[in-house]
Design a protein around this ligand. Structure first.
Ligand SMILES: Cc1cc2nc3c(=O)[nH]c(=O)nc-3n(C[C@H](O)[C@H](O)[C@H](O)COP(=O)(O)OP(=O)(O)OC[C@H]3O[C@@H](n4cnc5c(N)ncnc54)[C@H](O)[C@@H]3O)c2cc1C
Length: 506
């Protein structure tokens, strides 16, 4: 950061004249850490405080609730200079104008689940938290949703109408982050990714202008927002397609270590399923390893559209001896209600790569991961998981045939996204875990490259902060994204002032 001016944080609550004096003061220590405030943030916090009541400063009673408790990963807790909770698009427009005038850096938070520091929070800058955007309006075949909502809120609003949207699989994931990066749901194989189901975005651009983008209005921006993340503007409303899905058939299955090879083979089977008239079905498939007890287990959370019980698409899993098997018919809201992902549980490092579904290769990766976890078994609070997400051909086919597409540009081929999600307790182990995870995933991916199994595709929701998802998109899509960015964000507000998250290199 250039042009740093340290100043006393308590001055934020005071009038602008007082702030001007305070800018020559010392650096600041809050409950969450020490930081120096940029001159831009001092200016922006002051202007926001004059324009709106309720600006939160480090001395406010609710500062820690906003700057830390609202985040899933403890590493994402930072120390913003002030926090603004806008409730209208006009307020966001005004804030963006202020950020430009002051040259102030800012971060934006929706559901707070993106896990790495700086993706949705900021030291010494301004944090915009969108939780007041909580409106939801149900239409006949769509739903209008504010970016302050979680996917559970959306499923809950739709339940009475027997309809469902394509969003997150866990209860508390935010609508905005997931929709803007792609969105893995259970039913991707039939309905595409969450981004493919956004009919319209209301956006505030970097210069404060408000636009509505859809198939016919600003269609270039509409396309770029389908996977383009936080590079173009702040979305203040998502209009999502909904489907008549009154009931879902679910299965929870847990396997002990001897069942894991068959479990991973079944994951490959689900990825490869490509029926002409597909039944919407998908899952969360996770392997856990307790490196102290030296015990691994695997779990399946499977969901299928309709009421066939048990869900037919998971027959390959159901054939494996399980320690737990619970089948049910319920609603998507009820199912999601039991799948919370509590905030602030641990520090977490994600690393992920993509491959063609090959069961022998996937099983080898799992075994190598388990061996490697033993090397870090001494890390306090270690919580290692090996997660697979499937990207079936049918999911890509939706974007290939809907007349809009998305920035991923995936071919209609099946893929498996494999991910190490590693939790730990102490900051002193941050560098060790990152180095371990990076080395391991690169080494194992090299083997996949040699076997012709690797894909360059990287999903922002599963990636580590050190990974570059744009490098895995088709080059012509990235060039088009950059051109669209140049035209909608010519002042580079969303790269220069809002720099957290996965940014296009422009
Ligand atoms: C426990 C867990 C489970 C997950 N499960 C799934 C899953 O089932 N499927 C899946 O696809 N992904 C999943 N993810 C990944 C998840 O989709 C991403 O972390 C996503 O970014 C979360 O959205 P959010 O609104 O909660 O995030 P936030 O952290 O609030 O935001 C993510 C990014 O989007 C930006 N942003 C937020 N709101 C806006 C807005 N209105 N306009 C512009 N930019 C904005 C933020 O600045 C930030 O850079 C999971 C992650 C976790 C931690």
């Amino acid at each position: 950061m250039k042009d740093l001016v340290a100043f006393s944080i308590s001055a934020l609550a005071l009038a602008e004249s007082a702030i001007a004096t305070a800018q020559v003061g010392s650096s600041v220590t809050t409950a969450l850490g020490s930081f120096e405030l940029t001159k831009g943030a001092a200016c922006a916090c002051s202007k926001l405080s004059r324009a709106y009541s309720g600006i939160i400063s480090p001395s406010s009673a609710n500062y820690t609730a906003q700057a830390a408790d609202a985040y899933w990963d403890v590493r994402a807790n930072l120390s913003p200079a002030c926090i603004f909770l806008p409730s209208t698009a006009d307020e966001i427009s005004r804030a963006l104008e202020i950020f430009q005038t002051c040259d102030a850096q800012f971060a934006v938070r929706g559901g707070g689940h993106m896990n790495y520091p700086g993706s949705n929070n900021i030291d010494g800058g301004v944090l915009l938290a969108l939780e007041k955007f909580g409106k939801v309006k149900v239409n006949a075949e769509s739903v209008e949703v504010g970016p302050g909502l979680t996917w559970y809120d959306v499923y809950a609003a739709l339940e009475a109408y027997g309809r469902a949207a394509i969003g997150g699989r866990m209860k508390t994931i935010g609508v905005p982050g997931l929709s803007l990066i792609g969105g893995f749901h259970y039913f991707n194989n039939k309905y595409g990714y969450a981004m493919d189901n956004v009919l319209s975005y209301d956006v505030v651009l970097g210069n404060g202008t408000q636009v509505v983008t859809n198939k016919t209005s600003h269609p270039d921006l509409f396309w770029a927002l389908k996977g383009g993340a936080n590079n173009y503007g702040i979305v203040t409303k998502f209009t999502l397609k909904t489907y008549a899905i009154p009931k879902v058939s679910t299965t929870i299955q847990v396997f002990n270590e001897s069942g894991i090879p068959d479990f991973l083979a079944a994951v490959c089977g689900i990825a490869k399923l490509d029926e002409e008239d597909p039944i919407a079905a998908g899952m969360v498939a996770t392997v856990q390893y307790n490196a102290t007890a030296k015990v691994a287990s695997a779990s399946l959370l499977g969901v299928q559209e309709g009421i066939s019980r048990p869900p037919s698409q998971f027959a390959n899993f159901s054939a494996i001896p399980a320690t737990t098997r619970i089948n049910n018919v319920t609603t998507i809201r009820q199912w999601a209600s039991s799948l919370d992902s509590p905030k602030q549980m641990f520090r977490v490092m994600f690393s992920h790569k993509t491959m063609k579904p090959d069961q022998d290769a996937l099983i080898s990766i799992y075994k190598a991961w388990k061996d490697a976890v033993d090397e870090i078994a001494d890390v306090e609070g270690l919580y290692p998981t090996f997660i697979t997400n499937v990207a079936p051909a049918g999911a890509a086919r939706v974007a290939l045939t809907n007349g809009v597409g998305n920035v991923w540009g995936l071919e209609a081929e099946p893929y498996i996204l494999w991910q190490f999600s590693t939790g730990w307790a102490l900051a002193q182990d941050d560098l060790r875990i990152e180095a371990w995870s990076r080395e391991l995933i690169e080494r194992l991916n090299t083997i996949n490259i040699e076997k012709g199994l690797a894909s360059d595709f990287i999903y922002m929701g599963d990636a580590g902060e050190w990974q570059d998802p744009f490098a895995g998109f088709p080059a012509e899509n990235v060039a088009r994204m950059r051109a669209i960015k140049a035209s909608y964000d010519p002042l580079r507000v969303f790269s220069r002032l809002n720099w957290g998250g996965f940014k296009l290199n422009v």
